[in-house]
Structures are given as structure tokens and as C-alpha cells.
Write a protein of this length. Structure first.
Length: 199
């Protein structure tokens, strides 16, 4: 089977762009991605309306489940590592966040299930699986820090960072039809295991 050529996409994503992607599509992401872990997700769900001084537009955004490792350099901060964290940690918050804020992309590892996938179908949002264990490599795709929100309240790892990325690699593993590569792999693995255990 021929290897698929990566699809270059730009953020913010339109609904049409998100709905055009399919499970298995390799992508290169350009534009702004916003990091969001547990504390940011909880805040987005519980603190409505958001403060007037929130610096980022969430409609069309790609949320990156990552807690970047930062270091002080040249009078500011730079990203040392920015690998994905396990997305299931945000499972309870994500359906609301997708629907309420118009999120078009989730970047993480391990996939999401159930209500999150239904919210993706309804709203037009896709899941991008990023490379686990490659935090330094992915940090190299971050070309600039555009801003940060809730730094003092949440700390560096949990704050929302706006990173300008260039050719950030990922694979679509949940699309807007509800197809999930994670579910497919789990099903196949279970069938193979049952086959090995059967007499």
C-alpha cells in the first residue's frame, strides 16, 4: 500500500476543513495551537462567561493536550519539550468544550471515547494523534510563543500557551464521521487475543 502524502492544514480550522479529514490521514499543522490540560479544561467548563481579557480565540482552535517544559533563555522563555499527554484525562470536560467553544481539533495521544466522539461528530472536530515520547522533536516545530494565559494561577505546565507551529506532524485517528482508529485497533487486538486463547 502506498504511503499517504501528508495533508497540510492551517489553524484556525473551518468546519469544512475538519469534516474533510478522515481516519488515517497524516497531517502537517501550521498556525496557532493552544495547549490545554486538566486545569484549563476545568476552568473552561466551570467559569462562564470567560474573562474579558482572555487573549485567545477558541472558535476554530486546535487544543493541544500538552504540558510543555519551558526554560528561561535570552530574557524570556523557550520550549524545551512539548510532547502530548494522555487525552483521557480531559474526557469528562471535552464534550462541553468542543460544543460550547467551537473547537475544531484536539491534539493528544491515546484517543478519546463516547461522549467526546459524539461531540466531534455534531460540532465538526477531529482528533490528531501526536507522537508520544518525542517532546524535543515536537518542540522543534514550535517557531514562536505567541502568548500565555493563566500562567500565575496554573503554572507553566498547566497554563494555556499559544504556540505558532510549522509542519507539526500528526495523524487523524478520530474523524467527524465517528470513526476511531483507537477503537479499531482495540477491537482487532481483542479478536487476536481471543483467537490465541481459544483451544
Amino acid at each position: 500500500m502506498a504511503e499517504k502524502k501528508p495533508i497540510t492544514i492551517e489553524t484556525p480550522l473551518t468546519e469544512a476543513a475538519a469534516r474533510a479529514l478522515r481516519v488515517g490521514d497524516p497531517v502537517l499543522i501550521n498556525g496557532i495551537v493552544l495547549t490545554a490540560r486538566d486545569k484549563v479544561h476545568k476552568y473552561l467548563v466551570n467559569k462562564r462567561p470567560l474573562p474579558q481579557d482572555m487573549p485567545f480565540e477558541l472558535a476554530g482552535a486546535a487544543l493541544y493536550h500538552a504540558g510543555p517544559l519551558m526554560k528561561e533563555a535570552n530574557g524570556g522563555l523557550e520550549v524545551v519539550a512539548a510532547g502530548p499527554t494522555t487525552s483521557q484525562r480531559m474526557q469528562m470536560y471535552e464534550p462541553f468544550v468542543i460544543r460550547h467553544y467551537g473547537i475544531r481539533g484536539i491534539i493528544g495521544k491515546g484517543g478519546m471515547t463516547g461522549d467526546v466522539i459524539r461531540a466531534m461528530q455534531e460540532a465538526g472536530c477531529v482528533y490528531f494523534h501526536a507522537i508520544g515520547g518525542a517532546g524535543a522533536l515536537l518542540a522543534g516545530k514550535i517557531k514562536n510563543i505567541e502568548g500565555v494565559w493563566m500562567l500565575e494561577e496554573f503554572g507553566r505546565a498547566e497554563a494555556m500557551w499559544a504556540f505558532r507551529v510549522e509542519d507539526f506532524p500528526a495523524v487523524v485517528t478520530i474523524d467527524t464521521t465517528g470513526a476511531s482508529l483507537h477503537a479499531q485497533v482495540e477491537k482487532l487486538s481483542k479478536e487476536r487475543l481471543e483467537g490465541l486463547l481459544s483451544p
